[in-house]
Design a protein around this ligand. Structure first.
Ligand SMILES: Nc1ncnc2c1ncn2[C@@H]1O[C@H](COP(=O)(O)OP(=O)(O)OP(=O)(O)O)[C@@H](O)[C@H]1O
Ligand SMILES: [Mg+2]
Length: 528
């Protein structure tokens, strides 16, 4: 018997076709949100990289039961004809995977995953209209699953003065709903953290919503860094070395990685005397690469260049939050970058809004998770952010029960590489350094609202007591009048003023701002 007669190879496209839930395509509402998420993140990435202020329109048309057409149009640089097929029809292909730069996309799967999902649920190719460098191309794209290769049918080519990409695709087994997990909420949150973008949404019921731009310029561009020696494995070194054009190992190390100077190379030489640093990088053996990684671990390195990261920023978050929630109190943290896995830089931004519009919106204990400004709506349970929020002793901050209070917490993880738990990119892995920093950041913001909440609570208690006592004034002054012969009105006035003096409530608080609690900021650093 030949046990291996069924042994076969399969492509990544076939794999994800069978395991589409790993890409986030599970559940009708979620699947539709994931589709919009993939296209919108691509548009934002492309516009910002090209230095264009993003204008993105999303249209969703209902074609039948659980059957929709999705159109996403941007004003970005478009995609050249040479690459449109691979961009939309080949998995694990794109401009982002190999780069060490803060971007929303990082895998090279998103767009082709949508093409796949569309094709397997409707049998239809995805239509793309790409305007790039004066050329407009309209094409239909599908994929050869066995080979993981795009199938492109060119429909029309013209000259144009426009630029941008429009993707029109059809899906079955999806559903539009205005729920917490729907497209509307996704775009609302995207607008919150991307104030430089105009985003419009046309819903299936023809309702049009415009999420306006509140900042007229793109954020500073994050810049690309080389990998830091502390985040490198033996296999990484060998792979980099294999493709290096340097003639010597010493110069290869200085050029391939950040913070490796000639001085550091001589330290590495002393730590790994068995390695010949003059040899060609391509001749490096596994054992030698292992020695270098060992030596990397012993050298004292300057931390990676953390200014490569661009968080949303305190002012922008404040502006967006006031716009959306107009809370009684709002605290935004601005913290310095840190490093996880020894060599990957990241920054945590947090904002906590309490009361005011948060209560009006009937939001209770709302946690808004973001990674590189992209809202994470799903897989909350398995996410490091959720876990960290749960581990905080909220009572310490006068929040009796997080789930029952009018509180909204935003956490944005910014990094050159976000450690997602799956290809669906909806939850962040439990990296220890990341979780510790998220905790510090949230605690810092919590201290800011703590004072406000205790003041407000006290004022409420006093107001309640005053109300209770005031109820007796009428009867008491009538009784006293008949006992003493004094006029009832006079007695009542006097009693009222005694009550007024005794129960002085706080004047309505002006909304607390981040600036005012600034001086408390640094305490958090030492807290566990
Ligand atoms: N709207 C767009 N404008 C310009 N280029 C785009 C656009 N959308 C996609 N691309 C190009 O197509 C590539 C593939 O996109 P895709 O979403 O599949 O992967 P990604 O964004 O690189 O990573 P991820 O899978 O994490 O989203 C991108 O890397 C980018 O080069
Ligand atoms: Mg993408």
């Amino acid at each position: 018997m030949d046990e291996f007669k069924d042994f076969k190879e399969h492509s990544v496209a076939e794999f994800f076709k069978k395991n589409r839930q790993m890409l986030g395509f599970s559940g009708k509402i979620r699947s539709l949100t994931m589709i919009v998420h993939e296209f919108v993140t691509n548009s934002l990435d492309a516009c910002e990289e090209a230095g264009i202020l993003p204008e993105i329109s999303v249209e969703i048309n209902e074609l039948g039961k659980d059957h929709y057409q999705v159109t996403v149009k941007d004003n970005g640089p478009g995609i050249p004809k040479t690459h449109i097929g691979k961009a939309l029809g080949q998995m694990l292909a794109g401009t982002k995977f190999h780069r060490y730069i803060q971007q929303r996309g990082q895998q090279g799967i998103g767009a082709s995953a949508c093409t796949m999902f569309s094709y397997i649920t409707t049998g239809q190719p995805t239509k793309a209209v790409t305007c790039h460098n004066g050329k407009k191309l309209t094409a239909r794209i599908s994929m050869d699953f066995k080979k993981n290769k795009p199938v492109v049918e060119v429909i029309e080519e013209q000259d144009t003065e426009e630029s941008g990409l429009t993707v029109i695709s059809e899906y079955k087994d999806v559903r539009y709903e205005r729920s917490n997990y729907g497209v509307f909420e996704y775009l609302r949150r995207t607008a919150l953290t991307n104030p430089n973008a105009i985003i419009s949404l046309l819903e299936p019921n023809s309702e049009k919503t415009l999420f306006p731009r509140s900042i007229e310029e793109n954020p500073k561009r994050p810049f690309e860094i080389r990998p830091h020696p502390l985040g490198i494995t033996t296999h990484d070194i060998l792979e980099f070395a294999k493709h290096s054009t340097e003639t010597r190992l010493s110069s290869f190390l200085q050029n391939a990685f950040s913070r490796v100077s000639a001085g550091k190379v001589s330290e590495l030489r002393d730590l790994a005397p068995e390695v010949n640093f003059r040899k060609k990088p391509g001749d490096l053996t596994w054992a030698e690469a292992e020695k270098i990684v060992e030596a990397f671990g012993k050298v004292k390195w300057i931390a990676p260049a953390t200014d490569s990261l661009v968080p949303i920023g305190q002012q922008q978050i404040e502006a967006s939050f006031r716009n959306i929630f107009n809370p009684d109190v709002l605290v935004v943290t601005e913290r310095s970058p840190k490093v996880y896995r020894g060599g990957i830089p990241f920054v945590i931004e947090t904002a906590i809004a309490y009361g005011g519009g948060v209560s009006d919106a009937n939001k209770k204990g709302e946690l808004m998770r973001f990674a590189n400004k992209v809202p994470l709506l799903f897989d909350a349970g398995g996410c490091a952010i959720t876990e960290t929020i749960r581990s905080i002793d909220w009572k310490r901050y006068n929040i009796r029960n997080f789930e029952d209070e009018p509180i909204a917490v935003l956490v944005n993880v910014v990094s050159v590489h976000v450690p997602y738990t799956s290809a669906g990119k909806q939850a962040i892995a439990n990296e220890e350094d990341l979780m510790a920093e998220i905790k510090f950041a949230v605690m810092e913001a919590s201290r800011g609202i703590q004072k406000f909440i205790s003041g407000k609570r006290k004022a409420n208690e006093i107001a309640t007591k005053k109300k209770v006592v005031s109820r007796y004034i009428e009867q008491l002054s009538a009784d006293l009048a008949s006992l003493t012969g004094e006029k009832k009105e006079k007695l009542s006035k006097k009693l009222s003023s005694i009550v007024e003096d005794k129960y002085v409530t706080m004047k309505d608080d002006e909304p607390e701002t981040t600036e005012r609690i600034e001086e408390e900021k640094d305490e958090s650093e030492g807290e566990a």
